[in-house]
Design a protein around this ligand. Structure first.
Ligand SMILES: [Zn+2]
Length: 57
């Protein structure tokens, strides 16, 4: 039985990068970098991600 692989739809809004981690520059009390995770407002990170984009140092 042949397996049909459907082409995965890439969100046009985020271009396949629905989740973005942004480093705020501040550190938590644990000494970890405080980050903000933002999801694409169009697809709400429900589309397959090509990569996890990280912004900031
Ligand atoms: Zn999206």
């Amino acid at each position: 039985m042949p397996q049909h692989t459907l082409p995965r739809a890439i969100c046009a809004h985020c271009d396949g990068f629905p989740t973005v981690t942004i480093t705020t520059g501040t550190r938590t009390s644990d000494g970890q970098r405080q980050t903000i995770t933002a999801h694409c407002p169009a697809c709400h990170a429900t589309t397959p991600a090509r990569a996890h984009t990280r912004i900031g140092a």
